[in-house]
Design a protein around this ligand. Structure first.
Ligand code: 3HC
Length: 303
């Protein structure tokens, strides 16, 4: 069944090569997904060669891990490793059909990235942003071909989370949207079409959820109590572990975007800023709290 709002799949363009701007963790996870599910060449790029090499090495290591777990046979693993390459020079994007950006969450940086990419790619190449909360329409407004810009919002961990939010910007055309849905299907994601509204859908809920936990901490609820109090809801992860996995800096950015858009509905906890400043994980994967980071937090008085 065609997802709600998706154009005719017949309009989709074939994607035979993918470029990714950014070689950080999210970009690496996305590169791995494309190589694994679509078996197309994926070229990573970043500000300097060291970052590019680190990103490519991460993807190659993840492929190795899958092979060691018996999830990929050695031949397939070698093929996938060969598909993922990187270069600081974006010239390799010239024959890409899709370029995804997963860079720092800053509108001006993203606009600059697209302006540079547009000089290299063909006018039909789809430009997809993995922004967590920024306006896709604003990102595309100065481009020569804004109709090929779309939002492609993945969730952490990218290989496991089934959902993909596809964002239609003001000028996105049907061929671009159809291509986004076709690619999402090939990646085996459940695609939902969302409005280009601040933080789309999932991050609004997540920000409200984590914001209430942080609010309880600000008010004096001990960290470990706040972290366990949701257990009856049967969530797969403790809230502060989820905050750590998403990345406090990303959560802060999403929170600030929502606060700006809806000041009456979204506040920003100062403790979130302190967690970001700490620069190290607040919890481990199981939710155990790091005492040094915890000591930096200002817990209010419940009295
Ligand atoms: N990075 C990459 N892969 C990870 C991972 C991580 N941090 N944590 C777990 N995984 C993978 C494992 O490798 C495993 O993969 P496999 O099935 O292919 O072997 C799979 O996830 C399941 O792992 P486990 O069996 O060890 O662990 P769990 O059953 O405890 O599940 C979880 C782990 C899937 C992370 C689960 O706890 C979960 O669903 N948590 C909620 C995650 C969530 O809500 N994500 C959305 C965040 S919002 C977001 O990302 C948007 C952004 O804009 C902020």
């Amino acid at each position: 069944k065609r997802p709600a709002g998706a154009p005719s799949p017949g309009l989709a363009r074939e994607v035979t090569k993918v470029g990714i701007v950014g070689a950080g963790l999210m970009a690496g996870q996305i590169a791995l997904l494309f190589a694994r599910r679509m078996e197309v060449p994926v070229v990573l790029t970043d500000l300097d060669q060291a970052r590019v090499d680190k990103g490519v090495a991460y993807v190659h290591q993840e492929i190795e891990k899958l092979a060691n777990k018996g999830r990929l046979n050695p031949g397939k693993a070698a093929k996938l490793r060969g598909l993922v390459t990187g270069d600081v020079d974006k010239a390799g994007f010239a024959d890409a059909d899709l370029v995804i950006e997963a860079v720092f969450e800053n509108l001006d940086v993203k606009k600059q990235v697209w302006a540079e990419v547009e000089k290299i790619v063909s006018p039909e190449c789809v430009l997809a942003t993995n922004t967590s909360s920024l306006s896709v329409t604003a990102m595309a407004e100065h481009l020569e071909h804004p109709e090929r810009v779309v939002g492609f919002h993945f969730f952490n961990p990218v290989s496991v989370m089934p959902l993909l939010e596809i964002v239609r910007a003001a000028k996105t055309d049907d061929a671009t949207l159809a291509t986004a849905f076709a690619v999402g299907k090939q990646l085996r994601k459940s695609c939902v079409l969302v409005k280009d509204a601040p933080s789309f859908v999932v991050n609004r809920l997540l920000t409200r959820f984590l914001g209430e936990i942080l609010g309880a901490i600000d008010a004096g609820t001990p960290l470990d109590v706040a972290n366990q109090a949701l257990d009856p809801l049967g969530l797969p992860m403790r809230p502060l572990a989820l905050l750590t996995m998403v990345g406090p800096a990303v959560a802060l950015h999403v929170g600030e975007t929502l606060h700006e858009a809806f000041p009456d509905r979204f506040g920003v906890s100062e403790n979130l800023g302190r967690i970001v400043e700490a620069g190290k994980p607040l919890t481990d994967r199981d939710g155990a709290i790091d005492p040094e980071v915890a000591a930096l937090l200002k817990i209010g008085d419940t009295a």
